[in-house]
Design a protein around this ligand. Structure first.
Ligand SMILES: *Cc1c(COP(=O)(O)O)cnc(C)c1O
Length: 384
């Protein structure tokens, strides 16, 4: 970017040319309803559940389609309050605070907690919003090798003992599907007097005995003081929350600018999320069906010799490495009626382009077999 000219139209043209030249130009396509979805994050199949839609409509009729104000002015409605209590209960924390999106929850939390004197330690593969939040806060940020606790320990040991330290990690890594070792991170953080923040966007609703995620009730608030969950993935709605101690939540209400200066979540969305939480509790078979789909897909893919990453979550990356190859396969699959994510740099490191295949409780054998057959065909065509 440093070589860009100062004239705006020319700057844009140069940036576009650079990105196209790298084969990284991105295009949106409107989602076809005729495709089998192996690209989304609706792991429990709740996003199209009529009960959620009904709850959303009822919530809108009762409270309005919009919240009309920020939480601190007068946009904080009873339905938000009830939802915060239910979310705190789900993950076994004293309190939870709703945010409009997960991106904002991460920005707000890091910005409110950290400043230039804070040392933040991030897994190299953390979500962009966590990296951006640390940047926004002005904290001194360092990245440790992915799930490498020795590397993290080395960085922590080099930091002055009295400095404020925050270790930050995805729970389930969004592009890889592997899971952070929460116990090891909690031990290490405690040993170095650091707080631990886990973003469990992809674990919530899917992992844990109650769908409470990879942290949830299994790791208490002393061990994992800051827990972020998002509602637009397994819970099928939208928004996010931060869960933790009374003091943490009050601090965020006072200081998290992406919380303070934005309109509260539409009340119908909060009402739909409450319906999703009811279903999460009353229909554990959804998690079992998802588990079955994952086991079946991995078993069959292994027989076909497909280069799947080592993941036991619904995120099943097929490591094709080459960007052109990823795009070709994605287009072919699309033509066969199957939507998968084509993930390229800069979302993942160079040389690690992949198809991001996501599984859902609604995927039956037929859909899975269709995907497997097409992947097998593409692999065969390349070999032949
Ligand atoms: C999706 C995601 C987010 C962002 O959540 P949104 O609600 O979509 O803004 C944050 N962190 C991780 C790990 C995610 O996968």
């Amino acid at each position: 970017m440093s070589t860009l000219s100062t004239a705006w139209p020319q700057r844009l043209a140069e940036a576009a040319a650079e990105r196209r030249g790298q084969g990284l130009w991105r295009e949106r396509r409107t989602r076809g309803t005729d495709l089998v979805d192996f690209a989304g994050n609706d792991y429990l199949g709740l996003a199209n559940d009529p009960r959620l839609a009904e709850a959303q409509a009822k919530g809108a009729r009762r409270f309005g389609t919009g919240a009309a104000a920020s939480h601190l002015v007068n946009g904080h409605l009873e339905v938000h309050d009830v939802l915060e209590r239910r979310l705190a209960e789900l993950v076994g924390r004293p309190r939870a605070l709703l945010f409009s999106t997960g991106y904002m929850a991460n920005l707000g939390t890091l910005q409110a907690l950290c400043d230039e004197a804070t040392h933040v330690f991030q897994d190299r593969l953390n979500h962009a919003s966590l990296l951006d939040g640390a940047k926004l806060s002005g904290a001194r940020s360092r990245r440790f090798h992915h799930r490498d606790h020795d590397d993290l320990e080395r960085l922590l040991a080099r930091t002055p003992a009295e400095a404020a330290k925050l270790v930050v990690s995805d729970g389930v890594f969004s592009m890889d599907g592997d899971v952070a070792n929460i116990s090891a991170l909690a031990d290490l953080s405690a040993r170095h007097g650091a707080w631990l923040m886990i973003d469990d966007a992809h674990g919530l609703g899917v992992l844990g005995a109650h769908g409470d995620g990879c942290v949830g009730r299994a790791h208490d608030v002393e061990r994992v003081p800051i827990l972020v969950g998002t509602l637009g993935k397994a819970l099928g709605t939208g928004g996010a929350f931060v869960a933790g101690s009374e003091a943490l939540i009050e601090h965020l209400i006072q200081f998290a600018r992406p919380y303070v200066y934005t309109t509260a979540q539409p009340p119908g969305v909060a009402a739909a999320t409450l319906a999703a939480l009811d279903i999460l509790a009353s229909e554990p078979e959804r998690r079992e069906r998802l588990r079955d789909a994952i086991d079946y897909f991995r078993h069959e893919a292994a027989l076909l010799g497909l280069p799947l990453a080592d993941s036991f979550t619904p995120i099943q990356p097929l490591m094709l490495a080459d960007t052109g190859r990823v795009m070709r396969w994605a287009v072919e699959l699309h033509e066969a009626g199957l939507a998968v994510g084509a993930i390229r740099p800069p979302t993942v490191p160079c040389g690690e382009a992949r198809l991001r295949i996501t599984l859902c409780a609604k995927h039956g054998r037929e859909a899975l077999d269709r995907l497997l057959e097409n992947l097998s065909r593409l692999q065969g065509e390349e070999a032949g």
